[in-house]
Write a protein that binds this ligand. Structure first.
Ligand code: DCP
Ligand code: MG
Length: 600
């Protein structure tokens, strides 16, 4: 049987987890610094989703009703936070800042306000630079190619609070443990530096955890909030009869607080440990002392182990080996990688809920338009990038701004709705109704960068969303909708350099090919021409009517139809390009045309 001792710990990485303090409130404060010194609450619907620490000092809480908040603190400034644009943008900016700060580029975002960084290489490099005879005067090197970039620090001691609060000093610790301690100390100084940079350069304070994996780093950060950092110190493995610090730390947590153990799994574990079937749907909340089941309760429950957990949690719909996985999590073992930077999100969606219900077609259409316009704006923010300068020599007015290109084309659009819950025969209304959705191929028109988003939204609603809505709701009226969501999914990345890319960016492909092949290219002098037009490098006759921009993108290069990812089975159509007459998948036609229009 796999017990705590036979579990395989990997403590070779150093992971730093960031949680920005009262994030939405900080975004608003950064826009208007005068609000920093007053109690500030952010409202969504009738709830305070977050508030600054001045407000918390005056009795406001996250997820409090607005009415209650106004009663507790009548002079609180309440700012509406239903439009997420400013929070999303700030989140993206901070993420980019942190991601660029680590050599590995390994930065993973969770929601808007949490980021993990894999700092293993930076830490190990700097451990290698330490002078063991003079640790107090160390220099942390932040750039491998420039030894002068960095900061001074004291590598003999950890920066900031630790778990346990007072490190248990043992005269004889193993070599391995001493090394881990040193690496965590160096990591704690890097964390301090990054927190400081985030605050001084971007205006955000954060709460940070430092450990050897994502799970531990995230949890230990919570020990000292706000504006602080906490490091879990070794021993990470049991020594004699002394539990590992990791075990001591995790044991006090409610089982439902362990990342990776969601609500349903936690309920099943609680049910088993408490030895009785707990009556759903009256869920116990984490921290409800009556039902609280801690990690220690689970670990020490008679017969508990990966097999028992598999019995409790396995079965239809559960991933294989879930028992072993959960057993590892409660021992602080998490080998999940800090995700590599994702260039594009896997989907983008906009939704709104309507407590007063949408009843008429005009109302539905108006909301579809609002959501579509927001969606198109969001697509432009998340999926466009500045065109790189390579190969662009011709004049371009500065005021035109940088050229933009789509990094990915979503190939599917999905419309989801949720209707008012049905009434049972006894007249009682069900608590919730489910969403229903319908998907369709993404129309090309949304990729136009010439039209305004509101004009494109008009067309998207008329040509695509209204027909989808009709198929979703056969009834002519009386839908009583309380939610609409419009999403784009099934992203086809367009950058040829990306390993994951499915499609190809023909502009880049051509420019790169041009560069790579330049020494091998055989060109035909115009003298060799027969007067009917020039010859392309491949000797094809070119039509003198075709503008240079297109001529420079000879057919065989600009089209290579088999470089495109044709999705035959979802009904994806191919269209003919009016410039070069090659067939291009419909979803890519707008981008393809734009390629000609740009004349690259
Ligand atoms: N948020 C939300 N709805 C929720 C919970 C949170 O819209 N039910 C938003 C508001 C928060 C942000 O997400 O600012 C991050 O959530 P956190 O729980 O991390 O809360 P804060 O960052 O605001 O506060 P803290 O300082 O406690 O981390
Ligand atoms: Mg936060």
């Amino acid at each position: 049987m796999q017990n705590a001792r036979s579990l395989q710990r990997d403590d070779s990485r150093i992971i730093i987890h960031f949680d920005y303090d009262c994030f939405y409130a900080s975004v608003v404060e950064n826009e208007n610094p005068a609000l920093k010194s007053v109690p500030l609450a952010i409202q969504q619907k009738q709830i305070v989703v977050t508030c600054n620490y001045e407000a918390r000092r005056r009795g406001l809480r996250k997820l409090q009703l607005i009415t209650e908040a106004k009663r507790v603190c009548p002079d609180a400034v309440i700012v509406l936070g239903e439009d997420l644009t400013r929070f999303r943008d700030a989140s993206k900016e901070l993420y980019g800042f942190l991601q660029r700060s680590v050599w590995s580029g390994r930065a993973e975002r969770l929601g808007f306000d949490e980021v993990w960084l894999d700092c293993t290489d930076m830490v190990d490099y700097n451990v290698g630079l330490l002078n063991q005879n003079d640790l107090t005067h160390s220099f942390f090197c932040l750039a491998r190619d420039d030894p002068t970039v960095g900061f001074d620090y004291d590598a003999s001691t950890v920066f900031g609070p630790t778990f346990p609060a007072h490190a248990f000093q043992r005269a004889s610790c193993t070599e391995e443990e001493a090394q881990l301690r040193q690496r965590l100390v160096v990591g704690s100084h890097l964390a301090r530096h990054l927190r400081h940079e985030l605050e001084s350069q971007k205006g955000y304070t954060s709460t940070v955890g430092i450990a050897t994996n994502k799970l531990l780093a995230k949890l230990v950060g919570n020990v000292n909030k706000p504006k602080s950092q906490t490091t879990i110190l070794p021993p990470y493995r049991p020594v004699g009869h002394v539990d590992a610090t990791v075990t001591q730390f995790l044991d006090k947590h409610d089982i439902g607080k362990i990342p990776g153990i969601g609500f349903k799994l936690a309920q099943k574990i609680r049910t088993c440990v408490l030895g009785r079937q707990l009556g759903l749907p009256q869920p116990y909340t984490c921290g409800d002392a009556k039902y609280s089941v801690t990690v220690q309760d689970v670990r020490s429950h008679s017969g508990m182990g990966p097999e028992m957990l598999e019995e409790i949690l396995g079965g239809a719909g559960s991933p294989r080996g879930i028992g072993g996985k959960v057993w590892e999590l409660i021992h602080g073992i998490d080998d999940s990688e800090v995700g590599k930077v994702k260039r594009v999100p896997s989907q983008i969606s906009q939704e709104d809920s309507y407590p007063r219900y949408l009843v008429t077609f005009a109302e539905v259409k108006k909301q579809l338009h609002t959501l579509s316009e927001r969606l198109i704006r969001r697509m432009r923010m998340d999926l466009l990038e500045d065109e790189e300068g390579e190969g662009e020599e011709e004049f371009r007015p500065r005021e035109a701004g940088p050229r933009r290109r789509w990094m990915a084309h979503p190939r599917t659009i999905r419309l989801s709705t949720r209707a008012r819950p049905a009434t049972a025969p006894d007249g009682a209304r069900q608590r919730m109704s489910n969403r229903i959705s319908r998907s369709a191929p993404m129309p090309n028109l949304v990729f136009s960068l010439v039209e305004e988003p509101s004009i494109l939204a008009d067309r998207l609603v008329e040509e695509t969303l209204v027909p989808m809505f009709r198929k979703l709701h056969h009834e002519k009226a009386g839908w009583n909708l309380n939610l609409i969501n419009v999403a784009v999914t099934n992203m086809a990345e367009t950058a040829a350099e990306s390993k994951d890319s499915q499609g190809r960016d023909i502009g880049r492909m051509f420019r790169r090919q041009d560069e790579v092949l330049k020494d091998f290219r055989v060109t035909v002098d115009s003298e060799g021409d027969d007067g009917t037009g020039s010859l392309s490098p491949r000797g094809e006759h070119l039509d003198p009517e075709i503008p240079d921009s297109i001529r420079n993108a000879p057919k065989a290069d600009c089209l290579a139809t088999d470089d495109w990812d044709f999705e035959g089975d979802d009904g994806q159509q191919a269209d003919r390009c009016e410039y070069c007459h090659y067939e291009v998948p419909s979803f890519a036609l707008a981008a393809h045309r734009r390629y000609h229009e740009l004349g690259t």
